[in-house]
Ligand binder design. Structure first.
Ligand code: ADP
Ligand code: MG
Length: 367
């Protein structure tokens, strides 16, 4: 089931009637979510992810714009009639019910033509439980389950009605690091097995990058960029997107373009064409540095951290906007730790230029 968001906007009135301004939580969001795909809705806290999800679910009514499931305009439809499955950060299971009763619950409320026999309900509940691998735990109470197991019950409960669209709002935030990894892989597997169009909300870029077919990066209610995770990483539209994706994060330096060269301080690090002389912001991915004794960019060496296969070289440069520049280098590359300075050449496709004021990307060609 494809989901179409058409100029979706949500404006909340100010909480403080006198002083406050209204909040544009979601601003003119247009996107067609392809059938059967998992979309990661990504951005910092308060950027409008949950509001977008609640509008898709029907829990919030858009101020303007429309929502379609396939060709059906569902904008005015109630949550119960949209055929969605919802999973929240706090699992919200009924504590006095067993796992089985929790999963059965949505089916017992079906009315009219949708009503199921007891047998059908049980079959469905066990199918959903099997899918998330909790079918052995059906007689337990939520308090007798780990956080990861509870979240799987919540997912089973969302799946049991065979929703047209699955909506997940930060579903892994309450899990510890290991379970988070495991559960996100499980969500991906379940999503692929069922083929249910899914929107997955998270503020964690790594989480979104790892499981999404496409990511939508939001800032202050406005969509910044939509694309396949790797494409967005390799080709960010602006500084915000470049900074939001990647660990370690991109290195950001003040620079300038002059006579077809990109300068950091007095170091000409790259020759470019198609860019007028101007002050710029230079973003360099950690993997975009090459150690070279005669390298163009000179930095003060601070520290070297070995991380298994890779080595992270930590250095400083007066033009850097962050306290440290972090580069990732092959572990077999030698570095003279006795030296005070370190020199790099940069890989052009890992270097992005941004406008000083607008922070939009400035495209260039490598000479
Ligand atoms: P996210 O899920 O990305 O953290 P939200 O969608 O929850 O962000 O919120 C987006 C913005 O809308 C925030 O500024 C938030 O304070 C505001 N907001 C959310 N819900 C309400 C509400 N019910 N009333 C007023 N403002 C709200
Ligand atoms: Mg939220």
């Amino acid at each position: 089931m494809k989901v179409v968001l058409q100029n979706l906007t949500k404006i909340f009135p100010s909480r403080d009637k006198k002083a406050g301004k209204e909040v544009v939580a979601v601003n003119d969001f247009t996107f067609e979510i392809p059938d059967g795909k998992l979309i990661g809705l990504l951005g910092p806290s308060g950027c409008g992810k949950s509001t977008t999800l609640y509008m898709i679910s029907g829990l919030q009514k858009p101020s303007s714009g429309r929502i379609f499931f396939g060709d059906d305009d569902v904008t005015e439809l109630s949550t119960e009639n949209r055929g969605i499955g919802l999973v929240f950060q706090n699992y919200a299971l009924y504590p006095h019910m067993t796992v089985k009763q929790n999963i059965l619950f949505p089916l017992q409320n079906l009315k009219g033509a949708d009503r199921l026999s007891k047998e059908e309900m049980l079959t469905r509940a066990y199918e959903a439980a099997k899918l998330v691998q909790i079918d052995e735990l059906m007689e337990r109470k939520p308090s007798e389950l780990s956080g990861g197991q509870q979240q799987r019950v919540a997912i089973a409960r969302a799946l049991v009605k065979m929703p047209r669209v699955l909506l997940l709002d930060e579903p892994l935030s309450n899990l510890d690091a290991r379970l988070r990894l495991q559960t996100r892989e499980e969500i991906r597997r379940i999503q692929k097995e069922t083929g249910i169009t899914t929107v997955f909300v998270t503020h964690d870029q790594e989480e979104a990058m790892s499981i999404s077919d496409m990511i939508v990066v939001m800032k202050l209610g406005v969509v910044q960029q939509i694309g396949k995770p790797q494409e967005v990483y390799e080709d960010p539209a602006n500084l915000f997107v470049a900074k939001f994706l990647g660990t370690p994060p991109i290195n950001v330096l003040d620079g300038r373009v002059q006579g077809g060269k990109v300068y950091i301080g007095n170091d000409a690090i790259l020759e470019v064409s198609g860019v007028a002389d101007q002050d710029v912001i230079v973003g360099i991915r950690p993997e975009g540095f090459e150690l070279n004794e005669n390298g163009a960019l000179h930095c003060q060496l601070s520290n070297v951290e070995v991380m298994g296969r890779d080595v992270s070289v930590v250095s400083t440069n007066p033009a850097s906007q962050n306290p440290f520049i972090r580069s990732i280098i092959d572990a077999d590359k030698r570095l003279d730790l006795g030296k005070q300075t370190v020199s790099y050449n940069v890989k052009p496709h890992k270097v992005f230029l941004f406008h000083r004021e607008t922070e939009e990307r400035i495209r260039y060609e490598v000479k």
